[in-house]
Every structure is written in C-alpha cells, then in structure tokens.
Design a protein around this ligand. Structure first.
Ligand code: CO
Length: 465
C-alpha cells in the first residue's frame, strides 16, 4: 500500500482563506496536542499573512505564537510559507535580513519552509533556500502554478528541475488560484516524478470546485503529500477537507496514517471556532461558495472580487466585462506573470486604468513601472520593446537579481528600532512591517504609546497564497 501523507492547513491557509487570518492563538491551544497525535506529516502554522495579522490585528507576538505551538506539537513537523526574497513583507530584503529571518524561524520551531517567488524567478528563492538548509530545516521549493500559452508542462518540469539542482529537499506545486485541472495535474506530477527524485507535495484551493479530483489524479500519478484543511475551515477558498480526502484515499487502497477519531475531535473543536466567526460576521458566507469563474476567465477568484469592488467604489461596475477582457491582454503585455500577490494587484489595477481612461497605459501605477524595469525579477516572458517603452520610456531594464543592489540592512534596522526591540525577533517584526511592527513593540514597551490595535479592514489581507 502506497502511503500518501497529509499537511494540515487549518492554522495558516484555512485560517487565512476563510477568516482573513483572524484566529488568535487561544483558539489553537486547546487542540494542539490532538493535532500532534493525528498522524499528519506537517502542520502549516506560520508565514503567509499570519505574521502581519498577529501584529496588525491580534496584538500577538508572532514568535511567541510559534513557540507556544512548538511547545505542544512534539512529533509533527511545523511548516511555514515564505515568499522568497520578500519574506512575509512587500519588498525585497537584503540577504542578511533573509538569512536572519530564516535562522530565527527555525530556532523558534519551524521544520519545513515552503519558499516561492511570485514570478518563479529562482534567483529570488535561492538565499532563503540555502539559509533554510544551513539552519537544518527542510527547504521546500514551490512552483507558483498558473496557466498561459507560455506555462507549458515542459516549463514547469524544467522549473522543478532547476529547484532540485539548487538543493531543494522537496517540491511543491502551489495552485493558489485553484485552476489546476485533474488531467493536467496527472501529467505534470508524472513528468516531475519521472525526472526528479524528491518528495512532491500538491497545494490546491477548492474555489473552482475541482480540487478533490485534481488531488486524486495527482496522487495516482505519484504525488507524495497533499495539503488539506480540517472540514470546519475547508472547501471554497480553502483546501479540500482532511477527513473526506483521508476516507476516500483509504477506500481506494492508499495508506494515510491519519487517525480518524483524532480528526473528529479536531473538527469538533474548530466547528465551534468557525461558528463564532460566523456569528461575528468575520467569516463571510461567500468563502464557502464554489466559483468556477476562475476556470472560465483564468483569473483567480480573489482577484475577480477585488476588481468588482474597485469598480463599484468608482461607480462604474458596468465596466466589469470590459475590464475582464482587458486583464489577459495586460498580463500578456507584462510577460505572463502568475496572478499572485503582488502581480495580481498590478495587472488588475492596470487593466482598470486602461479601461477607465479609454487609452491603454495612459495612467500607469509606479509598481507596474518598477516591475517592467526589472525591480521584482525577471518576467516569465520578455516584455516587447514597444510595451516597455510605453511604460518606462528610455529607462534601462535591470537584469540582475533585485536583492543584489541591496546593502546589508539588519544592523541599520536594529538601530532604528532599538528603543523598543529586546531581541532580533523584535527587529524582524519591524523589518517586515515597519509601521505595524513598531506599533506592536511600542504598545508592549511604552505604557503611553497611544496607537490602538487595528480592528477593521478585512479586505487588505485577502491574498490567495
Ligand atoms: Co494557499
């Protein structure tokens, strides 16, 4: 019997996708030892938007959260998601900050770091990957899956191969938009497993209604690990349900190692957590809906709803169809970037501007200019000279790794936040989120610090990672 291992996402991706990462540690503590005994390969507990949400909304020390989890999870690996050279923030960091962050994550309890780059530019994941291995943790390199004429099976297989050559300990196919179809998954997994002798993990979102089928075909093709979420926070924008996938795979003759009686206890606990978030209206019923539009438009569901709200705010929602047609054109102009943060926002905003002004690239956000100038790394396909000229004129394109231009910055950041920081972990709070980090530390250290905890603004961290 072949063994299929499970990675449980309720504490990170399930939490992030369905309740905007608002789950406090107090909702996790009572069930951690049961999660530890359930037979998962790993629990995803950190990274993504958890760090930001801890500082910004929950007034929780993200490092302390990790240590509290580690204290009770003794046998199961703890996993996190890291956006390569961007870490968990929104800019490129110098290598010394990336290395320090990785070392501290491992020191505080992380076993597996899943590293990806929004553009699949492997130069942006190398420093984090090497630091992870050096710190003694598992470095998992993730492919940001997307669809376009350029994103062929061959492209993804070569990318996985490149990641293996860089020293990745395992590979993940990360389908943040939920657009990976069963037959494509079968072919992709078969070809990667043929060529690369590393554990392969599949991460899908159930938004478009095909993810359980995709998981089954991926497993049949040789995938080793699947990412699931306990039923309470599963399906819709989250992952397929852990219990349902385990029962179905066992029935098909696979071994999962999961203990159903433990999963039932875990679901019982999180059902009441979910019900409370429903009552508080933090859990929007829409996150449980199936929305196949991502398959039709090849645009992630989260991006479609963001576009709609942008247009509604400007009172021009009748332009929606026109903007939807413009999105793939802008994406092609910009070299077919995967539609994941921050590129999804850039492509979406540019498409809205092109439609609203009635002239393409009359208005251009600064982020789009920076991207075209090479500031985020290499676009998957080279941008045509006439498009490039329209966007940045005669400015020369940077072809080096963006972080190569950054001088070491940890000591400077440490000096800046020295009145409040007691540890390197504190400095990293400030490095990643200058405002939220400073406010969190200020509230902790200074009784007269009077910037309150943020309570609203659900839209900001609805990222599909
Ligand atoms: Co995800």
């Amino acid at each position: 019997m072949r063994k299929i291992q499970f990675m449980e996402t309720v504490l990170r991706d399930g939490n992030q996708s369905q309740i905007a990462t608002r789950m406090p540690i107090t909702d996790m503590l009572p069930v951690l030892s049961t999660l530890d005994q359930a037979g998962y390969r790993a629990l995803e507990v950190w990274g993504g938007a958890t760090f930001d949400a801890c500082l910004r909304f929950l007034n929780e020390d993200p490092w302390e959260r990790l240590r509290l989890i580690r204290a009770q999870v003794k046998d199961t690996k703890l996993q996190m998601l890291l956006r390569g050279q961007n870490l968990l923030g929104y800019r490129h960091y110098a290598d010394d900050v990336v290395e320090k962050f990785v070392v501290k994550s491992v020191e505080n309890g992380i076993d597996v770091i899943r590293i990806f780059d929004a553009l699949n530019d492997t130069r942006n994941i190398r420093t984090a990957l090497e630091a992870t291995k050096k710190a003694g943790a598992e470095a998992q390199a993730a492919i940001a899956y997307t669809t376009s004429d350029f994103h062929t099976l061959e492209y993804f297989v070569n990318l996985a191969d490149e990641m293996a050559q860089m020293g990745a300990d395992s590979i993940c196919i990360k389908d943040m938009a939920g657009v990976l179809l069963p037959e494509t998954a079968y072919k992709l997994v078969s070809q990667i497993k043929d060529k690369i002798d590393l554990p392969l993990e599949i991460h899908c979102h159930a938004t478009a209604g095909v993810s359980e089928m995709t998981y089954l075909k991926a497993v049949e093709a040789g995938a080793d690990i699947i990412d699931t979420c306990i039923s309470s926070f599963s399906s819709g924008t989250s992952q397929p349900a852990s219990e349902s996938m385990a029962i179905a795979l066992e029935n098909l003759g696979f071994e999962t190692g999961l203990k159903l009686e433990k999963l039932t206890v875990i679901a019982g606990h999180f059902d009441s957590v979910r019900d409370r978030f429903r009552d508080e209206k933090i859990l929007n019923p829409k996150v449980k809906d199936i929305d196949p539009k991502a398959l039709i438009y090849q645009v992630p569901g989260g991006m479609l709803s963001n576009l709609m709200s942008q247009l509604q705010e400007q009172g021009i929602s009748e332009k929606y169809e026109e903007v939807l047609k413009e999105v793939p054109k802008v994406r092609a102009d910009l070299g077919f970037p995967p539609l994941v943060t921050p590129l999804s926002q850039m492509v979406g905003t540019q498409a809205v501007m092109n439609v609203v002004t009635g002239e393409r690239y009359k208005l251009i956000p600064q982020e789009v200019k920076d991207y075209v100038a090479g500031g985020y790394g290499k676009p998957p396909v080279e941008i045509l000279p006439e498009i490039r000229q329209k966007i940045i004129g005669q400015i020369a394109v940077e072809t080096g790794r963006p972080a190569d231009k950054l001088k070491p910055e940890f000591d400077r950041l440490k000096a800046e936040i020295s009145p409040y920081a007691k540890s390197d972990e504190d400095v990293l709070d400030y490095a990643l989120f200058p405002k939220q980090g400073r406010d969190f530390l200020g509230r902790r250290e200074d009784p007269f610090y009077d910037i309150p905890i943020q309570t609203v603004d659900l839209k900001i961290d609805l990222k599909f990672l």
